[in-house]
Design a protein around this ligand. Structure first.
Ligand SMILES: [Fe+2]
Ligand SMILES: [Fe+2]
Length: 367
C-alpha cells in the first residue's frame, strides 16, 4: 500500500489526536461452543469476500469538477431541478460547481471519519462480546474497516483534493459508542445506527455519481462489506432485545436510539461547508436543512435503520413518537437486513426520493 497524500485531511481544532476514556469488560470464552451458525456463516462469507485496495484503478483520472460543470450545464434552465434545489439566491455556474464539489467532499470525509469509528468500535467488540463466533466475525470486520479507512483516505487526499475534519456531532456520537461500557450498546450505535446510515448513504452516493467509475467501484465494494456488518448487528442483538432484556434496560436503549438519531441527522447539516466557502451560514444552513432535496436525502439515510430497529423490537411507542416527528416511519415496512442483507437497490431509493420530492413540491404549491 503506497499512495501520495497530496492534500492531507484537515485536523480538527482540538488537534491531531483525541482520546476517549472507556471502561469495558474484556471477556474470554473458554467454552468455544460456536453455537450460532448464522454468525459462523457470516464469518465465512466475510473471509471469502475479502478484497484489496490495490485491485482498484487508482490510475483513473478523477475530475469531479468537470462532472459537476457538465451537470450544471445540463441543468441550466431546468425548472424541476431549480425547484428541487431551490437555493436561497441565484448561483453562478462556478458557484454551483463549487458548492457541489464541497458537499461531495464533505460527505465523503464524514464517511472516512465514520469508518475510523467503525474500526475502533469493532475492535472493542472483539474484546467485549461474550461469544467466540461473534469475536471471529468482529475480527474479520476490523480488517474490513481498516481497508475502508485506507480507501476513502486515499480517494480524498490523492484523487479529490478537498476534505473536511470530522463533524462535531459525528465525533460526539463516535465517542459515546466507544466510551459505553455495555457491549450491546456498541453494536447498537455502530452496526445498527452508524453503519445502517452509511449503507443507505452509500447507495445514494452511488446514485448521485453515476459518471465517476472509481467511486462507483469503491462504493460497491464497501457496500457489500457494510451489508454484512449491519447484518452482524441485527443477528447478534435480536434475541437479546426481543427475548432477554428487561423493560428498564430496554428503555435505556430507546434513549440511546433517539439521541443517536438526532446526532446522525445533525451530522448532515454541513455548516462546515458554508464556513469554508465563506457563504452566510445563517442563510445557507437553514437552506441545507429545509430544501426538499436535502430533506429527502437526510430521510433516505434512515431507510435501513428503521426496519432494523423494528426487527430488534426497538420501534417502541417512544421511539415511534420521535420518528413520527422526523417523518421516518415511512421506512418501517421496508425489508430489514436479515430479509435483505444487501443494500436496497438504488432504483427503489430513486423512486422513493422522487415520491418525496413530488409530495414536497405539492405541499409547497398548496402553502
Ligand atoms: Fe466500513
Ligand atoms: Fe462497517
Amino acid at each position: 500500500m503506497k499512495y501520495e497524500q497530496k492534500n492531507p485531511v484537515p485536523v480538527p481544532q482540538s488537534g491531531p489526536f483525541s482520546d476517549v476514556e472507556s471502561t469495558m469488560q474484556t471477556v474470554f470464552d473458554w467454552e468455544y461452543a460456536l453455537k450460532q451458525q448464522n454468525l459462523l456463516a457470516l464469518y465465512e462469507k466475510g473471509k471469502r469476500n475479502n478484497w484489496n485496495a490495490t485491485e482498484l484503478d487508482w490510475g483513473a483520472d478523477v475530475d469531479i469538477e468537470r462532472i459537476m460543470r457538465e451537470r450544471a450545464a445540463n441543468m441550466a434552465g431546468n425548472d424541476m431541478m431549480a425547484k428541487v434545489l431551490a437555493p436561497p439566491r441565484d448561483l453562478t455556474d462556478a458557484e454551483s460547481v463549487e458548492l457541489q464539489l464541497n458537499m461531495n467532499a464533505f460527505m465523503l470525509s464524514q464517511f472516512l471519519h465514520g469508518e475510523q469509528g467503525a474500526l475502533l468500535a469493532t475492535s472493542k467488540i472483539v474484546q467485549t462480546v461474550p461469544w467466540e463466533e461473534a469475536k471471529f466475525y468482529a475480527a474479520s470486520q476490523v480488517m474490513d474497516e481498516a481497508r475502508h479507512v485506507e480507501v476513502y483516505h486515499r480517494y480524498l487526499t490523492e484523487k479529490l483534493g478537498i476534505s473536511y475534519e470530522v463533524h462535531p456531532s459525528l465525533q460526539v456520537l463516535l465517542d459515546d459508542i466507544i466510551r459505553d461500557s455495555r457491549w450491546d450498546v456498541t453494536f447498537l450505535g455502530m452496526q445498527i445506527m452508524v453503519e445502517g446510515l452509511a449503507l443507505a448513504a452509500f447507495g445514494l452516493l452511488k446514485m448521485m455519481m453515476p459518471d465517476e467509475p472509481l467511486i462507483q467501484d469503491i462504493t460497491s465494494r464497501i457496500m457489500a462489506d457494510e451489508s454484512r456488518h449491519v447484518a452482524f448487528g441485527v443477528i447478534t442483538l435480536e434475541d437479546i432485545y426481543t427475548k432477554q432484556m428487561g423493560a428498564s434496560e430496554l428503555r435505556e436503549r430507546e434513549d440511546f436510539v433517539i439521541e443517536a438519531t438526532y446526532m446522525l441527522r445533525e451530522r448532515l447539516l454541513m455548516h462546515q461547508v458554508f464556513e469554508r466557502l465563506d457563504w452566510d451560514a445563517d442563510v445557507w444552513v437553514p437552506w441545507a436543512t429545509n430544501t426538499p432535496f436535502m430533506k429527502g436525502f437526510r430521510q433516505m439515510t434512515f431507510s435501513k435503520i428503521v426496519p432494523n430497529l423494528k426487527r430488534l423490537g426497538l420501534l417502541t411507542p417512544r421511539v415511534r413518537a420521535e420518528f413520527e416527528k422526523l417523518d421516518l416511519l415511512r421506512f418501517e415496512n421496508l425489508k430489514d437486513s436479515v430479509e435483505e442483507p444487501e443494500a436496497t437497490p438504488p432504483q427503489e431509493l430513486v423512486a422513493l426520493l422522487m415520491q418525496m420530492l413530488a409530495k414536497d413540491a405539492e405541499a409547497q404549491t398548496a402553502a
